[in-house]
Each structure stands twice: as C-alpha cells, then as structure tokens.
Design a protein around this ligand. Structure first.
Ligand SMILES: [Zn+2]
Length: 114
C-alpha cells in the first residue's frame, strides 16, 4: 500500500510544477503587454490588470505549496497551523497545500472579512 504522505508529496510537487509553468507564462504575457502599451495606449490594460491579479494569486498559492513541501520534509504535514489538529484528509486531497483545518480556516476567513 502506498504511503499517503508520499502521494501528497507527489501531488504537491506536480501541482507546483504546473503552477510554476502558469506563472512563467503569465509573466511573459505581462511583459509583452508592457512593451506594446506605449504604442497602443490603454485598450489592453484591463487584460493586463487581470493577468497581474492572477499572477499575484498564483504566487501566493506557490508560496503555500512551498511551505507544505517543507512540512512534508519535517514530517508535520497536514497539521493545522492554528489548533495543531490533523487536517481532514478529504480536504488535503482537494487543497494539498492547506495550512489550516476547516473550522480554523472558516474562522480565519470570517475574521479577515470584517
Ligand atoms: Zn485548526
């Protein structure tokens, strides 16, 4: 039987590579759009802003993935950063880089919205 941690690790590494590729592509797009901007004025601006926002989201996710990969190495992967309880494996399947269990995440998001 495969070790679930190994599976998580493989998934994380795979997703990280995928994310890195997307980030590279977006960075290229943003750069190209910058070069065109001077001549063509503003029509591409909303597209560029969208790409920049997307890029920021991806980079944030990448950072969380790097953290999760570090945790895998340390052996404390899948432990909630807030309450120290194991994170629901179902959740880790969907969000392999999850840092918080569902109750803590919900609490934190609510607090963040206020
Ligand atoms: Zn928690």
């Amino acid at each position: 039987m495969a070790n679930p941690i190994d599976e998580h690790k493989a998934r994380l590494l795979e997703e990280r590579d995928h994310l890195l590729q997307q980030i590279e592509r977006l960075r290229e797009d943003v750069k190209v759009e910058l070069e065109f901007e001077a001549d063509e004025g503003d029509p591409e601006l909303p597209e560029r802003e969208k790409n920049l926002a997307l890029l920021a989201t991806f980079e944030e996710r990448l950072e969380e993935m790097e953290l999760a990969i570090e945790k895998l190495k340390d052996g404390d992967y899948g432990i909630c950063k807030n309450c120290g309880q194991p994170i629901d494996p179902e959740r880790l399947l969907i969000v392999p880089e999850a840092q918080y269990c569902v109750p803590c995440k919900t609490k934190l998001e609510r607090r963040g919205r206020r």
